[in-house]
Design a protein around this ligand. Structure first.
Ligand code: 5AD
Length: 354
């Protein structure tokens, strides 16, 4: 698809026309990654964060957050549970926690790999090459890090860099590929000041980066962040401020269109229906995501006492796609005419470029 075609579809709101886009994406999904929906057990191992991202509730400046770090035993208990329930992947996510002991995490990874047949995915923010290599050598298979928006100026404004010459996320994504990780990324849709043009460019960048996983989700304003307080909130549904014609709205329909276009542009990649979509649109979000390109779901395996403290945005801790509802999740997958994936569910894209 050309840039103009991407723009056309992103802006389209006619339901009948969008049906055509969604069924095309569904067809491509079936042909390239089949009917399996892979389940990933998401474990949020720490909510400490040293960064000041303007959109995120876990930002260092938010002093109202009670911070936690899970112990090795707690993480291993989640891993064993996920493996015994047939999950093929554990995703360990945290804020950019520089208190996290790098060697300690390598030991945790090794132990999960020794004791379970699961793939290990990390999502720990911007780390140094040495750290990423150490964890890869310990057995980690995949790494997730969204670039959030391809508009470098907007990204820098919302995501103050640690230092002027620190590598940006695009550079780190390329390093991750070189090291041999299966690499995932994605963006938020409807960030204040995100234009249609930059969103179309995001999809082109997914393709250029040859990503193995692409998970995007709508921006949800968090009241305790600089971007989410009422004055700065430019989202139609989330404030009274009128949005400009050029502004991508933060609604869930955009997220579906982005999923469908991502599937068409990057047919072999794994695409999750992300938590923000299910938070905004519940069960319908889940079904719709699966029908317009998604083939992955990431139920929350974080112990409930910690889950409520991992509020990147409001409502996240009450997400229904979680370990307690595993049976319902599986039922919904089958009701959607799909099958629950077995094994690690690696991206076919990875096999191709290896
Ligand atoms: N709304 C939606 N998604 C958010 N994220 C962070 N803050 C928000 C928010 N307010 C997303 C970012 C990050 C991922 C872990 O969560 O895209 O990469």
């Amino acid at each position: 698809m050309t840039h103009d075609e991407l723009l056309y579809w992103l802006k389209e709101t006619d339901k009948d026309k969008l049906e055509v886009l969604f069924s095309k994406a569904d067809e491509v999904r079936k042909k390239h990654v089949g009917d399996d929906v892979h389940l990933r057990a998401l474990v949020e191992i720490s909510n400490h964060c040293s960064r000041q991202c303007h959109y995120c509730g876990l930002r260092a400046g938010n002093k109202d957050v009670k911070r936690y770090s899970m112990s090795k035993e707690e993480i291993l208990a989640c891993a064993n549970k996920a493996a015994s329930m047939g999950y093929g992947t554990i995703v360990m996510q945290a804020g950019e926690d520089f208190g996290l002991d790098v060697e300690w995490l390598a030991e945790v990874i090794k132990e999960i790999k020794q004791k379970t047949p699961m793939a290990v995915t990390l999502s720990l923010g911007e780390r140094t090459k040495d750290e990423l290599v150490l964890w890869k050598n310990a057995g980690a298979d995949r790494y997730l890090m969204r670039f959030e928006t391809s508009n470098a100026k907007l990204f820098k404004k919302l995501h103050p860099p640690i230092s002027e010459n620190a590598p940006d996320r695009i550079q780190i994504l390329k390093t991750l590929k070189q090291i041999g990780y299966e690499v995932g990324s994605g963006v938020m849709t409807g960030i204040p000041n995100q234009s249609w043009d930059s969103l179309a460019r995001d999809i082109e960048l997914f393709k250029e980066l040859n990503l193995d996983m692409i998970g995007s989700g709508p921006y949800i304003a968090h009241p305790d962040t600089p971007l989410g307080d009422d004055e700065n909130c430019h989202c139609e549904e989330q404030s009274d401020v009128a949005i400009s014609e050029n502004q991508v709205p933060a609604n869930v329909e955009i997220a579906y269109k982005l999923m469908a276009l991502t599937r068409i542009m990057c047919p072999d990649t794994n695409i999750p229906c992300t938590t923000a979509v299910t938070v905004l649109n519940g069960e319908l979000g889940f079904r719709t995501g699966l029908s317009c390109g998604a083939n992955v779901l990431m139920p929350d395996f974080t112990p409930p006492e910690y889950r409520v403290l991992y509020q990147i945005y409001p409502g996240k801790g009450q997400n229904k796609t979680c370990v307690e509802n595993d049976a319902d999740v599986r039922q919904l997958i089958m009701d959607s005419g799909r099958t629950v994936g077995t094994g690690q569910g690696a991206s076919p894209n990875m096999g191709k470029h290896k």
